[in-house]
Design a protein around this ligand. Sequence first.
Ligand code: NAP
Length: 282
Amino acid sequence: MGQVLDCREAAKIFLDNIKKASLELKGKGINPTLGIVRVGKREDDIAYEKGILKNCEKVDIIGKVHECSEDINMDSFIKLIEELNADPLIHGILIFRPLPKHLDENIIKHIINPNKDVDSMNPLNLAKVFEGDLSGYSPCTSAAVIEIIKHFNIYIKGKKVAVLGRSMVVGKPLAMMLLKEDATVMICHSKTENLKETVASADIVAAAIGKAKFIGSDYIKQGAVVIDVGINVDENGKLCGDVDFEAVKDKASLITPVPGGVGSVTTAVLLKSVIKGAKMML
Ligand code: NAP
């Protein structure tokens, strides 16, 4: 069996470093603070929020939740974001997505202050990701994949990496971040021909398609590294990834589990970005 990467343990180490940075900032009179904007009471938003607040507490970061009613209008929503933009005591803003249809994300993404945009929603930050410029913020999930690769010393320079999925939240920015690390990147999506053969030619597979256990062993080259970004619910109501873990684990050299994989690192990456935002106040 390949090695199952203990991402929870890795996340603990990341959180320890974040706590050190947070305490240092406190010593300089800055209390790192994240403003969370949630519209309505979607179950997965509330679960994500709980996880963030628990980790905020662990690392001495303040998490302030701004809950909006499901029917908040665009003007009031923009006003809230502008208030958070202007508040010197808020260093990072996270808006849970997807937003309800009447709140136009294409307008809001331009309004969030790029210096506080810890999940890289603003096109100015995304452009930096695409340029390989590390001065802005990267989308947390893509950045979590890169942190995992670095933490476990996975060699990617020149390697063939298949990224499955091309969303602006995960697949596309992840592909660009891998390119920055000198990987040879193939971006696969629902229209990719010969998907199985293409993915099976990769040394590293990063799956972000949102299809429970879709990637079986015939998609994986013997000894490949498998990073599963997917968070789905299987036929028994259990959390699972896009990869069929049981079918693939013996073929992969390294594999991330779900739960306990990329998702465990995502929140740590978010809080690292809050520290980055707070440091801008120095
Ligand atoms: P999304 O916006 O629905 O995008 C899915 C992507 O997968 C699309 O590009 C789509 O291709 C592609 N795709 C769908 N079915 C496919 C198939 N059969 N073969 C090949 N490609 C296919 O999803 P997302 O927001 O990127 O999220 C992807 C997964 O990551 C989900 O499971 C989500 O829950 C998970 N996620 C995890 C975290 C974390 O912290 N671990 C954070 C965010 C999301 P087209 O573009 O051609 O339609």
